[in-house]
Each structure stands twice: as structure tokens, then as C-alpha cells.
Design a protein around this ligand. Structure first.
Ligand SMILES: Cc1cc2nc3c(=O)[nH]c(=O)nc-3n(C[C@H](O)[C@H](O)[C@H](O)COP(=O)(O)O)c2cc1C
Length: 163
């Protein structure tokens, strides 16, 4: 079994969750962590919100886009202005090889406003690429440092660590 975890993280929360998920899945799979690098992201909160709210596709550094070699593909993003961050929007648009694949979607968030809308938006795009099934979970930003809390949310999402 081969798993890819593709994520964007501006301030580290989503990266932390991606790493805990990777560790959990390693029991049953090899795991490639794909950390998206935004090339044109704003450094200001308002600038980031402005781009996210129009579902902007940001510029990302060259990265593996063909996911056909993986059985399970996970996508993680912070919730920005009720949606995904521009870097993950760009990746979702460009990636290939999703047909028939199992997908896990995850976010980290602050207040929780728009977290379902964010995941629904990602799920919609990926559905059009022929994915087979979705599991999803979200972690509040203050919980990401607590490994046990993150693992509990992963489990609540129906994601089992064992084969
Ligand atoms: C530009 C911006 C917009 C945000 N918008 C939302 C939002 O709409 N809803 C929410 O619950 N949290 C929102 N947050 C909080 C982030 O989702 C949260 O801090 C997240 O854990 C950051 O992840 P990261 O450290 O991986 O970048 C926003 C944060 C930023 C910087």
C-alpha cells in the first residue's frame, strides 16, 4: 500500500497534523509527505483572505502532480476565508491519477467558520477527477500540538491505523 499526504501549511499547524497522520498510517503503508511551497502567497492576513475568498489558485513550486502510483491520497489545508488556501487550490486543479482512488481530506481551523464548506469544496473538485471514496477530519488549531487529540479526531473520521 502506498500513501501520499499532500498539504499546505502557512504557520505549521497543518504540517503538524500531516506528520501525525503519516506516523499513524505508517503501520499499514509507505507514506510520502508532499509539502506544497507557495511562490506568490501574501504575507498579510487580509491579503491571504482576499486571495482565498475568490478561490485563487496560487503559484506553487514544482512538485509531483501524477498521483497514479498511490492507493490512498490525503489532502490537507488550513481553512482560509471559509475555503482552502490558494496553494492547495492550485494543486487540486493540476494533479492527475485520482481515478478510483481513496481520499482523505483534512483541515486545521481557528473558529471553525467555513470548515465544512472548505472540505466540501475540495471534495467537489476531486469527485470530478473520479475518486472512489472520501474520509475527512478537521482539527482545531489549539489541539494540533496534542498528538492524542489529533489521533482521536483521525479515528473519529473513520481512519484506522491498522491494516
Ligand atoms: C488568512 C487566514 C484566514 C483564515 N480563515 C479562517 C476561517 O475562515 N475559518 C476558520 O475557522 N479559521 C480560519 N483561519 C485560521 C486557520 O485556519 C488556522 O489558524 C490554521 O490552523 C492555520 O494552519 P497552518 O498553521 O497550517 O497555516 C484563518 C487564518 C488565516 C491566516
Amino acid at each position: 500500500m502506498k500513501t501520499a499526504i499532500v498539504y499546505y501549511s502557512y504557520s505549521g499547524n497543518t504540517r503538524k497534523v500531516a506528520e501525525i497522520l503519516a506516523e499513524a498510517l505508517k503501520e499499514k503503508s509507505s507514506v510520502d509527505l508532499i509539502d506544497l511551497q507557495a511562490l506568490d502567497e501574501s504575507n498579510s492576513f487580509l491579503g491571504q483572505c482576499r486571495r482565498a475568498i475568490v478561490r485563487k489558485k496560487g503559484k506553487i513550486a514544482p512538485v509531483k502532480l501524477d498521483l497514479s502510483a498511490f492507493d490512498l491520497i490525503c489532502f490537507g489545508t488550513p481553512v482560509w476565508a471559509f475555503g482552502p488556501a490558494p496553494a492547495i487550490n492550485a494543486y487540486l486543479e493540476q494533479c492527475t491519477g485520482l481515478s478510483g482512488k481513496e481520499v482523505i481530506l483534512f483541515t486545521t481551523y481557528g473558529s471553525g467558520a467555513g470548515k465544512e464548506r472548505c472540505v466540501n469544496y475540495m471534495q467537489d473538485i476531486l469527485s470530478r477527477k473520479g475518486t472512489k471514496s472520501f474520509k475527512r477530519f478537521s482539527i482545531q488549531q489549539f489541539k494540533v500540538k496534542d498528538r492524542q487529540l489529533v489521533l482521536a479526531e483521525i479515528e473519529k473520521g473513520g481512519i484506522s491505523e491498522k491494516a
